[in-house]
Design a protein. Structure first.
Ligand SMILES: [Cu+2]
Length: 305
């Protein structure tokens, strides 16, 4: 009997240790971008993730510990230390504990979620002494177009930004719905045709951060990746100057780029039409006439344009 018990305990311990070691060796080599923030917004979001995980563990750890303890104590073969009380019902103490703790946790989460949703509102501009840069993002099938109206350039699959500078993103789509996401920098925001959404992000340090869509959009969705490259101000100016010497990018070039397909290399262009973004959004807007006015149709949302 005794030897069998020792054997069982050894097996269970070995199993647990193996799982922990496997998880550790996996995660120590994996760069989980949301846990490795490189920007103001992502930093606060990581804090929020860690806070909610710890708060959840307040429930999870005791519950699973008790599960093991109770299963062990009331196992069929244990006849010594347990009493059988078939008529026992209800305990005010236990009821208070298992309703009270979740209520308190949900209350705390409500307050924290309310506060951080307002603090991290993607439409809220970031406070900084440095003048923000506007980047207009267009999700295409299956590539990303970035328009810099003030620098008069456009770029495909490469988002170059100066470090420590607030970036004011305007986001739309000329394709099925996508989501614009740079996990190292913060929040994702949906890209939808006929709509212009906003997002404010800032990179604290220079580096290449992976960007993608977090909303599946067809065959080559997995190729729909871009690099968010945070560089020094000088390097950014050099890059914009070089892009201005690239080939011209106007409506007709845009239309051929917007055809479904994958681009092999990031490319930059000289922007011919600084109104391009508004025109892309406007393609999906129906001019309301007196008769169709009352019917449901595409809704206008030119907020932030
Ligand atoms: Cu929408």
């Amino acid at each position: 009997m005794r030897r069998r018990l020792v054997f069982k305990i050894t097996i269970v311990t070995l199993l647990v240790v193996t799982i922990i070691m496997a998880a550790w060796s996996y995660f120590k080599n994996v760069n989980v971008a949301v846990l490795n923030p490189q920007g103001t917004i992502a930093n606060q979001e990581r804090g929020l993730i860690i806070f909610t995980v710890i708060l959840s563990l307040v429930v999870v750890i005791p519950v699973f510990t008790l599960l093991g303890m109770i299963a062990w104590k009331y196992r069929e073969k244990n006849t010594k230390k347990t009493t059988y009380r078939p008529n026992w019902d209800g305990s005010r103490l236990f009821e208070t504990v298992w309703w009270g703790i979740p209520c308190v946790i949900i209350l705390i989460l409500c307050i924290v979620t309310w506060q951080t949703s307002h603090q991290l509102d993607p439409y809220k501009p970031l406070s900084s002494d440095i003048k923000p840069i506007t980047v207009q993002v267009v999700a295409l099938q299956w590539k990303w177009l970035f328009i810099y109206p003030d620098q008069h350039i456009a770029s495909v699959n490469l988002l170059e930004i100066p470090e420590k500078t607030p970036i004011n993103f305007q986001i739309t789509s000329d394709a099925p719905m996508n989501a614009f996401w740079i996990p190292n920098l913060g929040s994702q925001v949906y890209a939808m045709s006929g709509m212009s959404s906003q997002l404010h992000l800032m990179a604290d340090t220079t580096g290449d951060y992976p960007g993608s869509s977090s909303n599946i959009s067809g065959t080559h969705f997995a190729d729909m990746k871009f690099i968010a490259r945070a560089v020094s101000r000088g390097d950014f100016d050099t890059w914009t100057t070089r892009a201005q010497q690239g080939s011209t990018f106007a409506w007709s070039e845009y239309k051929s780029l917007a055809q479904p397909g994958v681009v092999a290399q990031p490319t930059s262009y000289d922007l011919a039409d600084s109104n391009l973004y508004a025109e892309i959004v406007a393609q999906y807007l129906q001019r309301p006439t007196k008769k169709t006015n009352t019917q449901s149709g595409p809704q206008m949302n030119m907020e932030g344009m």
